[in-house]
Design a protein around this ligand. Structure first.
Ligand code: SF4
Length: 247
């Protein structure tokens, strides 16, 4: 007769801190502001980011604002590593706005092809270069209002260039990493990057906008990956109650 095996006690499941509930607006399905935006919690997240990524900076290699603008346009749907590879030869062949503006489109298309969406990117790069020459005296504009007038430039690119090249905090860069992490960290419950940026601008002190964007992007690339976030390696784990946490 088989002996009855002793049942092992079930392992205690570690529970993540519960996501605080907040009242939903009567008219919208999503609340306007996340519950995790209480100032002490935000300050704790900023401190953790400083601790882990004190030296975070833009990973697109560039020697000036114009190169950063072009590289940022090329980085849409492409990795910074790939853009940096292309940039190495690109800026030798096309050293300034004039060279890009009057390039042969079919040739430039082939030069930027490895970054994907090369036809549209060629149009944007040439259009932005022409506008810089014709409307801004050959200089990359230094205000969000003006930089948004360049073809192919939206707020994300504007924020990257103004923040990194000029140190002007005109907003928060919301790329795919910042979007995902803002949701996971409950800093915004919006999904539209423009709304997420507005949410972040309300809760992050302006003097931190530039660095905060870099730090969140670094964290997204190194630890808080889209599919399998490395939560055991994350120094914000105790502050995070994301549903898809892996611990
Ligand atoms: S605990 Fe996990 S999900 Fe939360 S921020 Fe850290 S890596 Fe991302």
């Amino acid at each position: 007769m088989a002996t009855k095996s002793k049942k092992k006690p079930a392992a205690k499941k570690r529970l993540a801190p519960a996501r605080p509930k907040i009242k939903k607006s009567a008219r919208t399905s999503k609340p306007a502001q996340a519950a995790g935006t209480e100032s002490q919690r935000v300050a704790a997240i900023l401190a953790k980011l400083d601790e882990a990524y004190g030296n975070a900076t833009c990973e697109l290699k560039h020697e000036n604002a114009f190169q950063l603008l072009i590289s940022t346009i090329l980085s849409a749907q492409c990795t910074d590593v790939r853009v940096n590879q292309v940039a190495e030869t690109l800026y030798k062949k096309y050293p300034d706005a004039k060279a890009f503006a009057y390039a042969t489109p079919s040739e430039l298309e082939q030069d930027v092809r490895p970054t994907g969406f090369f036809r549209n990117k060629t149009k944007s790069v040439m259009g932005a270069s022409k506008a810089i020459l014709e409307k801004f005296g050959g200089e990359v504009p230094r205000t969000m209002e003006e930089i948004l007038k360049l073809p192919g430039v939206a707020r994300k690119t504007g924020n990257v260039v103004l923040g990194t090249a000029f140190g002007i905090a005109s907003g928060v860069v919301v790329d795919t990493h910042v979007l995902r992490l803002s949701n996971r960290l409950d800093l915004s419950r919006n999904e539209d990057p423009k709304k997420v940026e507005q949410d972040l601008m309300k809760i992050i002190p302006q003097e931190k906008w530039i660095q905060f964007s870099h730090q969140l992007i670094w964290h997204g690339r190194r630890v808080c990956h889209a599919r399998k976030p490395k939560c055991t390696e994350c120094n914000m784990e105790s502050l995070c109650y994301a549903k898809d946490k892996t611990v």
